[in-house]
Structure formats: C-alpha cells, structure tokens
Design a protein around this ligand. Sequence first.
Ligand SMILES: [Zn+2]
Length: 202
Amino acid sequence: MPTHSVPSSVRPMQRRLRLFRSISNFHAKIAGLVAKAKARAYKMEGPGLLYSVACVAEADVVEYRRSARDAAAKKRLCDAVNLKAGHTKNMRRRQSQYKRCDARGIQRHIWLCNYPVQRRYCVERLTHLNVLDGGGVRPIVQCSGCGVHHHEFYTCPSIRGLSGLHQTITGVLASTGERTDGRVFFPPPSGAEDIYNIILSS
Ligand SMILES: [Zn+2]
C-alpha cells in the first residue's frame, strides 16, 4: 500500500510497531550473544588453578625501603597494594602475560599463592561475587604497562588483605565441593622477598 494512502492517525502506530520490532530484534540478538557466551564458558570450564597476585607500585617499594621499615611503614605499603584472584589452566603462560604490565618498571606483580580447582571459571566468578559482596573496592585505572583497564584488582584494605582473600576463596571452595587444603605458595620473587613477605602477612 503506498504511504500517501495511509491515514495520518495510523502512521504513529506504524512507527511504534517498527520501534517495537527493532527493540525485539535487539533483545533477541543480546539473548543470542548471552547464550553463546554461556555455551562457550561451559565448554571451556574445567580444571586449573585459582591464583592470587599483588600489584605493587615501584614508588611504594622505594618509599618503604627508605623508611624505618617498622609496622607503620609495612601498613602504608599494604594499604597501597592491590590484590587479584584469577584463574588459568596454564600458570606459566599467565605469568608471562603479566610481564607486559611490568615492562615499564612503574609497577610489579608479585605472585602469592594458587589453589588447584576442578571448575576454575565457577570458583573464580563466585570468589569475585563474594569479594564484592564483602565490600571489595576495585580501583579501575589504566595499566601503566600494557595500557589495559584491569578490572579485577581490589585494594588490599577493602578485602582485609591476603588473609581476607584467602578466607573468601576457602569459603567458595568449600561451598562448591572443591578441596580446601591445596593452597601452594609461589616462591618469593628474587630481589623482592621483603615485599612478598609483607603482603603474605597482610
Ligand atoms: Zn596490564
């Protein structure tokens, strides 16, 4: 039917119908993408490691080493550290990926501990949800090394340090039927043993 023959009162209805159709198509598209992502995650789910890593600014390391290195200085350092829980099935590859982040010598990543798990996607997701629920604060800033906005680092005080993170992880492992006694510590990084020990006791 030619457009000029449509009564003017019907045109808004046609517009609404077109809008409705485009919104429906949009929702169908999103639902399709979500279903695909879920299927992909399900397919990729499997055993691996849940790890914790700290990101420390070199400036804070320098400041700590220049200080009296007393309890107050240790607390200042810990307050400035960001901690992350992540998952991988290839630890060596994941560690080498982080080297890009440390490339400019502005910050360094210190590997803390890892837990063997059967469903690494599930336990990592639940860990983040629990950390956020407990008040975890994520300072999302552009990484000075690789340029990416890393979204999974939490300020150390907001998650009550590595012990708080460990407590959350252990709770998730217990509730999902994973073993809770598998924690392994990474060796202290050469030249940063002091910083490693301070974060480990946080
Ligand atoms: Zn980075």
